[in-house]
Design a protein around this ligand. Structure first.
Ligand code: C2E
Ligand code: MG
Ligand code: MG
Ligand code: MG
Length: 280
């Protein structure tokens, strides 16, 4: 009887695995088609300058508008896109679309802002990455000083010399470099000082507990003062409450982003914020 039960369990496990596999295969095919069918879209979330309380930057965030499933957030398809390598084409689409949008807003004569774009490690590691960035800037006509590339700490941990070279080439083009989710990646501070970085985005997990945890506040305070003494700008991610905002103001943070100001929004809604030059 035990044996029978065992084999039943095996079968159930096997069916679940098969189901999971075929779901992933279907999703993979759908991802390929999504690019062709233009099912991806970008939302934009503002960063607020802590001195002027105005928008100075926007982060482009991808969504997949799936014909049956509706809007799918990036957390549910970026990992698969990375696994299949499709992230390179998707990432290039994001870069082009975000630069095009920023250029369009500038031609409408709103106050120029920086457009911040998330770059996957796989994209960054491509040999032609610097060329790709350069040609997208040329093609869209966006002035490089209005583009920031968000990379993660991971690139400070392998192929260090190669990555420093690459970042320096990007700096030569004139784009800005930000480290996303800073504080979660355990990168070596020693290597870190050798990277030409413009800003650190302090991870939301620290901001979330900053009102109640001495440790979180100490970490944020340390990151901000380290950034300041290295001439690197600080951005607080994920501000949701006034209390959190007050603390990061006291800590002298440069910029902040979070639902407290605005959720990521479609280009039309973002344009209204720009047109109002809204003070937050
Ligand atoms: P991220 O780059 O750290 O982006 C910030 C994420 O936090 C976004 O989620 C944003 O909607 C969310 N967020 C912003 N403020 C708040 C807040 O106050 N509270 C909370 N709870 N969340 C907040 P989203 O859009 O779901 O993106 C998740 C991640 O997916 C991004 O994290 C980024 O790593 C990745 N991603 C998004 N777009 C792209 C892309 O175009 N390319 C690549 N490679 N990755 C992307
Ligand atoms: Mg980001
Ligand atoms: Mg982030
Ligand atoms: Mg994050």
């Amino acid at each position: 009887q035990a044996k029978e039960k065992g084999s039943n369990q095996y079968q159930i496990y096997n069916e679940n695995m098969n189901q999971k596999l075929s779901e992933e295969l279907m999703m993979e095919r759908a991802l390929y088609e999504a690019l062709e069918n233009q099912e991806f879209l970008l939302e934009y979330q503002p960063f607020i300058d802590m001195k002027t309380n105005k928008i100075v930057e926007a982060e482009a965030l991808i969504r997949w508008s799936h014909p049956q499933k509706g809007i799918i957030p990036p957390g549910l398809f970026i990992p698969l896109a990375e696994k299949t390598g499709l992230i390179v084409s998707i990432g290039n689409w994001v870069l082009r679309e975000a630069c095009k949008q920023n250029k369009l807003w500038q031609t409408k004569e709103y106050k120029p802002i920086i457009m911040s774009v998330n770059i996957s490690v796989l994209q960054f590691e491509r040999e032609d990455f610097v060329n790709t960035v350069e040609s997208i800037l040329l093609e869209t006509g966006l002035d490089p000083q209005y583009l920031a590339l968000e990379i993660t700490e991971g690139i400070a941990m392998k192929n260090v010399e190669e990555n420093i070279d690459k970042l320096q080439s990007l700096k030569k083009i004139g784009v800005k470099i930000s480290i996303d989710d800073f504080g979660t990646g355990f990168s070596s501070l020693n290597y870190f000082t050798r990277f030409p970085i413009d800003s650190l985005k302090i991870d939301r997990s620290f901001i979330q507990s900053i009102e109640h945890s001495q440790e979180a506040r100490a970490i944020v305070s340390m990151i901000i003062s380290m950034g300041r003494s290295l001439g690197i700008e600080n951005i607080a991610e994920g501000i949701e409450t006034e209390g959190q905002l007050n603390i990061i103001r006291k800590e002298n943070c440069h910029k902040a982003q979070g639902y407290f100001f605005s959720k990521p929004t479609n280009p039309g809604a973002f344009q209204i914020l720009l047109a109002d030059d809204k003070e937050f």
